[in-house]
Design a protein around this ligand. Sequence first.
Ligand SMILES: CC(=O)[C@@H](O)[C@H](O)COP(=O)(O)O
Ligand SMILES: NCC(=O)COP(=O)(O)O
Length: 252
Amino acid sequence: MTDRLRPHRLRLGVNIDHVATVRNARGGDHPDPVRAAEIVASVGGDGITAHLREDRRHIRDADLRRIQDATDLPLNLEMAATEEMLEIALRHSPHAACIVPEKREERTTEGGLDAAGQHNHLAPFVARLNDAGIRTSLFIEASERQLDAAHRLGAPVVEFHTGEYAHAFLDGDSEKLASELKRITDMAALAAKNGIEPHAGHGLTYENVQPIAAIPQIAELNIGHYLVGEAIFVGLEESVRKMRDLMDEARG
Ligand SMILES: CC(=O)[C@@H](O)[C@H](O)COP(=O)(O)O
Ligand SMILES: NCC(=O)COP(=O)(O)O
């Protein structure tokens, strides 16, 4: 059996946003995120993730169709819960859409979506994406309250924001790291028990990925900034391949 057909293989979605960040720095068309998507496909990545931010600071509208045309890999579109983004998602019909919180002035996605506090706002977005056959995911903190809200909203997938875990790792705060890992581990088990597929991502690196990858219920990791950063030194093929190997090693 080839690796990609293994029943419980942890999927790697590669977020190519920051290839577009570098492109946009000079306003031209190099480096092209489409070329990155093709490389990800050639080295066994399982999906492409792209966050079309409202301010278009990296991925732009035209990139989406070009990515979809260039590879057969499933596209996971990260999007804010706005009418504009919903219309774009419905028009492009990606394999998956992950609803993320978005603040115009933030440097990156700072926390999880408040699915519990925004139930009434989010419900029509989840319903319309689900109705269109797009696998809807909510990018939430690993907490019982948010997971329960995702369940009530009818989201088939959640992605746990691993930013706090990644910060604790960087800070060398072993107590916080252990409690973040426990929180994600416990919530992954609860999600799976409730029939929700748990994913994880944000701030994952070669150094911190394995404890997260080892959580048995987690079906997919979405990793971007670090892989693109490493690619500057070793190339995207090599950075994706090494991440893949580390994930496989963690799963045993
Ligand atoms: C939601 C999320 O975590 C990703 O979108 C990722 O962080 C890349 O985009 P930004 O760097 O713009 O947040
Ligand atoms: N949803 C998380 C993601 O797509 C990638 O986050 P990062 O690795 O760029 O921090």
